[in-house]
Design a protein around this ligand. Structure first.
Ligand code: AMP
Ligand code: MG
Length: 413
């Protein structure tokens, strides 16, 4: 008999780690790929390993402006060598005549018969000759062929997200087009009859829609295609219709708000009517309610409505899911460490992620300075903070304890 999925009870209390592991395990990568030019490659996810077609550098070359020679032509108490040729970068010279030196410039091919370069600052030119004051070891100031990459080396892996350095590396191999996964399509919808769009006037009891904008911006930043379905009326029918529309074209449906079990919360029932959903109560602060399931074949993640909770749960749970969808190999960033400036004598039973700013310390880990108001509606804290410090559940902590820290930058990349 197959085991029931521990994460798919209708209302489950999960630890933050269990919730993340369940999401990562359930995520499926998009399989379609496309070929893009290097100019469009930044932030895309490689679909295939890249094997170098070339040696880089392709020939032995000079690392300095100076004089190329054979090390055997130099001597302990100096030697004067006739300058037999001049080799600028891009202009290969001829064979080096024995006992002579070639004027050479950085990046220029080493002439056959030379095995070292003496930098010009160390040389004394005397008419048509150059004087080298000491013995020079073979290989000095020379960059041998394939010093960086040998033809056939695997230099980037499928699942790597292309950063600027990687784009440069591909260019150095002469690669102009790369095969990447297609972008993940995310349909975004917000609930809440109290929500008004920025630019419109506010009536009594209304607030501006911030989740739509923070989530859209985040999805753009991580290179997703956003299908913005806007605001959905707080009724079962409107929610169901919007979800069906979203499921038509998206890989993932992301909602904010309306995910609890109040009578104004319709997300759960509407998702259930067209698929399946589990409502997780994650033992963490901020955040708690997190819904996960599917509408038809499209994955569904329901974030809490409170702006800070939506942002933090997106960063900690939706992001790992999305990285897998994007076809990336690493689903979650490695934390760094920072010090807690105060003691915690009465630990909470749930894990806390507090918004902190790091203060650099000489010869020690940085100190994590907490924003004074940690409420889940205090959006200023997310702008002020560098990231979140993880306060483990149920543990007394001494002042200066070293804890896990994730920058927002690492969580949202
Ligand atoms: P809910 O999860 O729908 O009960 O919402 C929880 C809190 O988040 C309420 O105070 C909502 O007004 C607020 N909220 C929900 N959606 C948004 C949104 N898109 N932008 C700003 N605040 C929101
Ligand atoms: Mg609501």
């Amino acid at each position: 008999m197959s085991q029931p999925d521990p994460c798919f009870g209708s209302e489950k209390m999960l630890s933050a780690d269990e919730a993340r592991a369940a999401l990562v395990a359930a995520a499926q990568s998009v399989t379609e790929t496309e070929s893009v030019h290097l100019h469009e490659a930044l932030g895309r996810v490689l679909a295939v390993d890249v094997v170098s077609p070339l040696d880089v550098p392709g020939y032995d070359n000079s690392a300095m402006d100076g004089y190329a020679l054979h090390s055997a032509s130099t001597a302990e108490n100096g030697a004067s060598l006739p300058i037999s040729q001049r080799i600028p970068a891009g202009h290969p010279g001829g064979q080096l005549a024995a006992g002579t030196a070639a004027r050479i410039f950085t990046g220029a091919p080493m002439p056959l018969g030379a095995d070292a370069v003496v930098m010009q600052e160390e040389c004394e030119v005397e008419g048509e000759s150059v004087r080298i004051g000491r013995r020079i070891a073979p290989g000095t100031n020379m960059r041998p062929r394939a010093n960086d990459i040998a033809s056939g080396d695997c230099i980037l892996r499928a699942g790597d997200k292309l950063k600027p350095q990687a784009v440069g590396l591909l260019a150095s191999l002469g690669v102009a087009q790369v095969e990447v996964r297609r972008r993940v399509r995310v349909a975004l919808l917000n609930t809440g009859d109290e929500i008004v769009e920025p630019g419109d006037p506010l009536a009594a009891g209304q607030i501006y829609n911030s989740n739509r904008y923070s989530l859209t911006a985040t999805l753009q930043q991580i290179d997703c295609e956003v299908i913005d379905l806007g605001q959905v009326e707080d009724t079962f029918e409107a929610t169901r219709t919007a979800l069906l529309k979203a499921a038509e074209s998206a890989d993932l449906i992301l909602t904010s708000g309306g995910v609890s079990v109040g009578e104004e919360d319709h997300i759960k029932a509407a998702v259930e009517s067209e698929g399946a959903v589990a409502l997780w109560r994650v033992r963490m602060k901020p955040g708690k309610p997190l819904a996960f399931g599917h509408v038809g074949k499209t994955a569904f993640i329901g974030l809490p409505g409170n702006p800070v909770s939506a942002f933090v749960t997106f960063s900690l749970f939706a992001m790992p899911f999305m990285r897998v969808m994007q076809g990336r190999t690493k689903s979650f960033p490695v934390p760094s460490r920072a010090r807690l400036p105060r003691a915690i004598e009465k630990p909470l039973a749930r894990r806390e992620y507090i918004r902190v700013r790091l203060e650099h310390q000489l010869n020690d880990l940085p100190i994590a300075d907490a924003f004074p108001r940690q409420g889940s509606d205090v959006l200023t804290s997310t702008v002020w903070a560098d990231g979140v410090l993880e306060i483990p559940e149920g543990e007394e902590l001494a002042e200066n304890s070293a804890l896990n820290f994730w920058s927002f930058e690492s969580l949202l990349s």
